[in-house]
Design a protein around this ligand. Structure first.
Ligand code: HSE
Length: 404
């Protein structure tokens, strides 16, 4: 029997306890062992519930108990998650976490400590909710040179954009529904400003390249500037707008960004809607494969944590080599990344198209009825070139990168 401690009995932590109970026979069959939740660390008491007697408020009880061989961190945030996880690994306990902020900020150090102590620091649930993506990268795709990872990595923003696209909802309406459904982080800024996606693409890029990634070096733009008017144009163009986290790795350098991107119906990620996530991985031998599933929510995310518990159960006293080293990856400036651009311009196309062409060169024009503006789609150019050209044109109301 493996004794585990769950730190944080919130949405994910309670989901983990629920799955460990509901699927205990399956877990026992897979591993030949059983899992016992010995402690649950939380500030609250939960009187009259089945977990009442497992609740502890003092982390040192877990840290000092040699019977606890694994700690599940589902508290979120960096403090006290970071010192508690570090101390758990140093005490020779495996750790599984759903905390992308922790992995993105301290992953290099925690992986090293895990290796030194012959335990595992596992974080399948930190990216893509319930979608298996971390383990495939270090197992099934271990022989691939990963050239690109592009994902819809945030369920909340995908839900919001889908509602704006398909139901004509405003950003605020869709956000409050996402919060009611428990998708959004406590602070919605982390979702809507792209910070959550940034940490997730940083983790995937580090895994794919084998080197540490400083998430602060990843250009990050959220969805707060995307409006219902943009979606009216997208509808006319047969396109949609999705928040991408993407990294492209080649001998020439590494590009990584988080930004809303306009895509057409033929893009594999076009049909990834609502709270679902989709992740494209391009390997040099495999070509492109796609991972799709529930990117947020209690049981899907808890399911990924339970998969990590099983991984640890299968590797007692053994550190599974995965992750990245401390040599920091150099991320190229966003200025050198190329896109097409969807640009909304004040005025009537009949009067101002020549100006738009003088600035951007060849463009495709879209006009909606009863609007004092028109939109153009440029050819492919670098961000730097776009900025230089856009300076030549007055009245630009919107600019969305496009991969069409
Ligand atoms: N707030 C996150 C999301 C939770 O919406 O994707 C899962 O990481």
């Amino acid at each position: 029997m493996m004794n585990v401690a769950v730190m944080g009995y919130g949405t994910i932590g309670s989901g983990v306890v629920e799955i460990l109970e509901q699927n205990k026979d399956i877990i026992a069959r897979q591993t030949g062992d059983t899992v016992n939740v010995k402690y649950i660390l939380d500030l609250r008491e939960f009187p009259g519930t089945p977990i009442e007697k497992k609740i502890v408020h003092d982390f040192s009880v877990i840290e000092k108990d040699p019977e606890v061989s694994m700690v599940i961190e589902t508290m979120g945030g960096l403090n006290p998650a970071y010192p508690f996880v570090k101390a758990s690994l140093q005490a020779g306990k495996h750790v599984a976490t759903s905390n992308k902020a922790l992995v993105a900020a301290y992953g290099t150090e925690l992986l090293k400590i895990a290796e030194e102590n012959q335990v595992n620091f596992l974080f399948e649930a930190s990216v893509g909710g319930g979608i298996p993506i971390i383990r495939p990268l270090y197992t099934s795709l271990a022989g691939e040179q990963i050239e690109e990872i592009t994902g819809i990595l945030n369920g909340t923003t995908n839900y919001i954009l889908t509602k704006m696209d398909k139901a004509g909802e405003t950003f605020e309406e869709a956000l409050s529904k996402a919060q009611e459904l428990g998708y959004a982080e406590r602070n919605p800024e982390a979702d809507v400003e792209g910070h959550d996606t940034c940490r997730k693409i940083a983790i995937l890029t580090a895994l794919a390249s084998g080197h540490e990634v400083n998430y602060e070096h990843i250009y990050t733009e959220g969805i707060t500037n995307i409006t219902d008017v943009d979606f009216r144009y997208a509808d006319a163009l047969g396109t949609s707008v999705k928040l991408f986290g993407s990294s492209r790795i080649s001998d020439q350098g590494v590009h990584a960004f988080v930004a809303p991107v306009m895509i057409g119906k033929d893009h594999p990620l076009y049909s990834v809607n609502d709270v679902y996530n989709g992740i494209l991985v391009k390997g040099n031998m495999l070509g492109t494969s796609m991972f799709y599933g529930s990117g947020a929510g209690k049981l899907p995310t808890a399911s990924a944590v339970v998969a990590d518990i099983i991984e640890a159960l299968k590797n007692p006293g053994h550190h599974v080599k995965m992750g990245w080293d401390g040599n920091r990856l150099n991320i190229s400036a966003m200025d050198s990344v190329s896109f097409r651009y969807f640009v909304r311009i004040k005025g009537i196309a009949a009067k101002r198209l020549a100006e738009a062409e003088a600035a951007f060169g060849k463009v495709e024009v879209t006009e909606l009825d009863h609007m004092d503006e028109f939109a153009v789609m440029t050819e492919v150019m670098t961000e730097e070139e776009y900025h230089l050209r856009a300076k030549k044109l007055s009245g630009i109301r919107q600019r969305i990168r496009a991969e069409i």
